[in-house]
Design a protein around this ligand. Structure first.
Ligand SMILES: [Mn+2]
Length: 274
């Protein structure tokens, strides 16, 4: 089990968008140094563009800090740019899919996971969201097979999207569409809202789980709410989970403390050394 931390312009350690703002690289590198110092092995990034120059600069910065790219999130394509797999405008859907495919290629070249979360969108009335979303998933799975990337499809709580709220919803789509390169992303914050039991969900879907997000009940870093995140991690460890666990929390109490307090939590419960 390896530990990463999200850096992005919304969740995690919050920095300005790397594609819009050249000076944001200063803040990005400060964040990377802090992760390295605190004992994290990797970083998860939410990206909303496929500009090759920026992507290669991102890769260089991560490697320079001795970290690994754990995962690439795509939610900002929707949250920041308003593009999604279920938009009523086919041009917008096409742009969302093309960007995600390029990011699948980028992730694959570093053996990183590609996360499909909110890029599914929030469908408006009269849209066959199920059909559109499944079409995009099949396309992403093909690209992932081609580039040797693994796609993690996330169950997201009902307040953010009506599409695939539970782990069972996600597992069903993967099975029905025979997605070979796609597995589940379980997130403690979303499971706390949608699932009857977080532990039972982990056990039931463990063999298809390829990525894991942690945050506490209030989406603050673990230890700030009322979830027993340490029990979820202990169970993953017991089951032999060998993938990444990324902390995807709000930058609370502030950017730095979100990282240092998560590291303290992981050390206290003997998940990282130091
Ligand atoms: Mn998540």
């Amino acid at each position: 089990m390896h530990f990463a931390f999200v850096i992005s312009s919304n969740l995690g350690y919050r920095i300005p968008n790397l594609f819009k703002n050249d000076s944001s690289f200063m803040e990005f590198e400060t964040a990377l140094q802090l992760l390295q110092k605190c004992g994290f092995g990797g970083v998860e990034l939410n990206l909303d563009s496929d500009d090759p120059g920026v992507l290669s600069r991102i890769r260089d910065s991560i490697l320079e800090q001795g970290l690994r790219l754990a995962a690439v999130g795509t939610g900002l394509i929707y949250a920041g740019k308003g593009l999604s797999f279920t938009d009523r405008d086919s041009t917008k859907r096409g742009k969302a899919l093309a960007t995600v495919k390029e990011l699948i290629r980028f992730a694959g070249s570093d053996h990183a996971i590609l996360v499909i979360g909110l890029v599914r969108g929030v469908p408006t009335e009269g849209i066959d969201a199920r059909k559109l979303f499944r079409h995009s998933l099949v396309e992403c799975d093909k690209a992932a097979t081609e580039y040797g990337t693994r796609v993690a499809l996330e169950a997201i709580n009902r307040y953010e999207t009506p599409i695939l709220n539970t782990a069972t919803d996600v597992a069903t789509v993967i099975q029905e569409e025979r997605l070979a390169a796609t597995g589940l992303l379980l997130d403690s914050f979303h499971m706390n809202i949608e699932e009857r039991s977080i532990e039972e969900t982990i056990r039931k879907h463990f063999t298809k789980t390829v990525h894991f997000h942690i945050a506490d009940s209030n989406r603050w870093p673990p230890g700030y709410g009322h979830l027993k995140v340490e029990d979820h991690l202990r169970l993953l460890e017991k089951l032999g989970y060998n993938g990444w666990v990324s902390t995807e929390a709000l930058p609370k109490p502030d950017n730095t403390k979100a990282v240092t307090e998560t590291a303290r939590f992981l050390r206290t419960h003997n998940f990282i050394e130091g």
